[in-house]
Ligand binder design. Structure first.
Ligand code: FAD
Ligand code: NAP
Length: 340
């Protein structure tokens, strides 16, 4: 375990923003982590936990200690004839874990293929794509309480998962370090596939695939994502910058009267979800560039670093988008990416 002072964060965030951590450490097991939390020098410092840095925008140098959680390991238990419990340590790469489940014919997270980042961050915003969220397969997680340096177990109910939300982003913000996540997955012959969302069916047709299985669904989703989302290794970004806004029925009707083609999805609570990308596009901002930050030309919900953008450049663009959407639609976009 090595500790660095004034450590460059460029390689640790997919936006490619060049800031520094006052102190930086990579930990590989629980005792290393607990030792550093007990250390009198670092105990009182503010702490930022880092996974793959794919949902973060750094806007300044980070004060205190940045802890990169690299704890690895996967353990499987048989839960019942139709399910397995997969316990993954926080430092495991999410997509590699998805591929591992698909290869073993364990179902439940194939729709979450190719989401960047690590296991430990996945519950933070209840990662979701193509109609599935981690909460659908969540069993429990272990997290270290920073103040007391003790491990706690969180059940599904404890996590208070919502749309791109959890207790760790809200009530317990900065209080816990997620150490492991256990998922309950279906075994062969017991899968229930979810292919109604977005362009999955069209892609499966394009692939000329007749058989519905985990591998084909995962491949279809990887194909769609590769065709429209920028690869952070080539063009810095942190995925969707904004959440899809939820509005009430009266506001939905008013918007429909003015914007006949508006894209919306009805929700079980009677509200409506709007496609934020559509709102941004209608403001004429798809591909729009401000200083060194831009709206991605293939997916307007993604903001990209055109090279040498600062975190402030990205924030200014985000604020301009929020104002434009509010002026045109009277809808307020909220940021999904964690700003530091
Ligand atoms: P980081 O960016 O490192 O951290 C994110 C937040 O979690 C930070 O606040 C951090 O402090 C905290 N954190 C990280 N690890 C821990 C831990 N062990 N304990 C406590 N706190 C922790 N997201 C989706 O939901 N769906 C998508 O389809 C999706 N697609 C994406 C596509 C692209 C191209 C990109 C770049 C991003 C996408 N994302 C998506 C966003 C992102 O990949 C996910 O939110 C992912 O889970 C973030 O993981 P990370 O390890 O990179 O987290
Ligand atoms: P898309 O398929 O073009 O759809 C646009 C939006 O419409 C999505 O945001 C999605 O909402 C919603 N949607 C589509 N079909 C729906 C349905 N049948 N029922 C309800 N809502 C529906 O979206 P995309 O940009 O290519 O992304 C595909 C999926 O990957 C989405 O689920 C998206 O959230 C996810 N994704 C997330 C990130 C991120 O960083 N968070 C980045 C890229 C992709 P939802 O977003 O609520 O699902």
């Amino acid at each position: 375990m090595e500790l660095y002072k004034n450590h460059a964060l460029l390689a640790y965030n997919t936006f490619g923003i060049p800031t520094q951590a006052e102190y930086f450490i990579e930990i590989n097991n629980l005792s290393e982590l607990q030792n550093i939390l007990d250390d009198t020098v670092y105990k009182t410092m503010p702490k930022l936990i880092l996974g793959g840095g794919s949902n973060i925008l750094f806007t300044k140098n980070v004060k205190g200690l940045v802890i990169k959680n690299n704890i690895k390991g996967l353990i499987t238990h048989t839960a019942s004839p139709d399910s397995v419990l997969l316990k993954a340590q926080a430092g495991e790469i999410w997509h590699q874990t998805v591929l591992h489940t698909v290869a073993n014919d364990w179902g439940g997270i194939e729709n979450l293929s190719l989401i960047p980042g690590n296991i430990g961050a996945a519950p933070m915003q209840n990662i979701g794509a193509y109609g599935i969220e981690i909460k659908n397969v969540f069993y429990e997680l272990e997290a270290l309480h920073i103040a007391t340096n003790t491990l706690q177990t969180f059940t599904l109910a404890d996590c208070e998962f919502g749309y791109r939300e959890s207790v760790f982003k809200n009530k317990y913000k900065n209080e816990f370090i997620i150490i492991s996540v256990t998922l309950k997955l279906t075994t062969s012959g017991h899968h229930s596939y979810s292919v109604e969302y977005g362009a999955i069916k069209q892609e499966l047709e394009q692939m000329q695939t007749t058989e519905l299985n985990l591998k084909n669904i995962s491949t279809a989703i990887c194909n769609i994502r590769n065709s429209k989302l920028p690869n952070p290794a080539v063009l810095g970004n942190a995925g969707s910058f904004f959440k899809n806004p939820e509005i009430g029925a009266a506001q939905m009707q008013a918007l429909k009267n003015n914007f006949k083609d508006i894209i919306s999805y009805s929700l079980p609570n009677g509200n409506y979800k709007l496609a934020a990308a559509w709102l941004i596009e209608q403001c004429g901002l798809k591909g729009y560039q401000l200083n060194n930050a831009a709206v991605h030309s293939k997916q307007a919900l993604v903001l990209v670093n055109k090279g040498n953008a600062s975190g402030q450049n990205v924030l200014e663009l985000a604020d301009f988008i929020i104002k434009s959407v509010q002026d045109k639609f009277n809808v307020i976009l909220t940021k999904e990416v964690n700003i530091y």
